[in-house]
Ligand binder design. Structure first.
Ligand code: BGC
Length: 249
């Protein structure tokens, strides 16, 4: 089956048609910058524009960068506070006229790597970390998703959340070298290791493409590997989530 996946981030909203059997993109990726307001009305309009671009009819899966419970945005994170308690599934479905399933973006990315990527068949506790505007995390135990694991929210020193010190957006904002940022990211991974004791960590999001540049600064015992699906993991997993009702919680 071919399904439209839409991956929403703090800087871009991306869509592609995915083959749900193989996890492959069967269209080109289409990206529109996230509206500066980051509010529900403006983002729903962009959502509709992406669906219209593909002239798509059918179920749409969406990865969204906040905690999502039953389609509702529980914490607003790096988006506008106007998202708080908004039913993202409802407003996106109404905007585009198609049924939409919304899940957390890192859960979606993890879904892709566990189904089609390097996480396939991995047992124990696998943590997918997405490095982007924030630090997302998707947790899988023996292949089953534990939704809304929010490891980027761990408080660190004066920061309410460690993602405000170690995300890719901070690397860009502070113009940090891979060495400087990689050391920060390693502090984050160390905390993850101490707190949840994973068996395996998989890295996704745009910055994971540069793994070779920062892998030498990662000094933890848990194996850490990049998701070879790279930045497409979010899109692929979003599409697949539309077919997997058990992602609902
Ligand atoms: C949010 C997470 C999200 C991550 C990546 C964080 O700020 O709290 O829900 O997965 O950003 O977008």
């Amino acid at each position: 089956m071919e399904i439209l996946g839409i991956d929403i981030g703090g800087s871009g909203m991306k869509g592609a048609i995915i083959n749900s059997e193989t996890g492959e993109l069967v269209s080109k990726r289409y990206r529109i910058p996230t509206p500066a307001s980051r509010n529900p009305g403006d983002m729903a309009q962009v959502f509709k524009d992406i669906v219209d671009h593909f002239n798509y009819k059918g179920p749409v899966g969406c990865g969204f960068p906040t905690i999502i419970k039953n389609g509702v945005c529980i914490s607003t994170s790096n988006l506008s506070p106007t998202w708080k308690n908004v039913n993202a599934e409802k407003i996106f479905s109404e905007a585009c006229g198609q049924p939409v399933t919304v899940v957390n973006d890192a859960d979606a990315a993890g879904y892709a790597v566990m189904n089609y990527g390097i996480g396939k068949g991995k047992l124990g506790l696998v943590i997918m970390i997405t490095i982007g505007t924030g630090l997302g995390s998707g947790a899988f135990f023996n292949g089953e998703l534990i939704p809304n694991f929010e490891l980027g929210q761990i408080p660190y020193k004066k920061y309410k959340k460690i993602e405000r010190w170690a995300a890719a957006s901070i690397k860009d904002r502070e113009n940090l070298s891979f060495k400087k940022w990689g050391k920060r990211f390693n502090v984050f991974l160390k905390l993850v290791e101490v707190i949840v004791c994973p068996d395996y960590i998989i890295l996704g999001g745009g910055t994971s493409k540069n793994f070779d540049e920062f892998k030498k600064y990662i000094k933890i015992d848990t194996p850490v590997v990049p998701a070879h699906l790279g930045n497409h993991a979010g899109l692929i997993g979003a599409a697949v989530a539309a077919l997997r009702p058990h992602v609902k919680n």
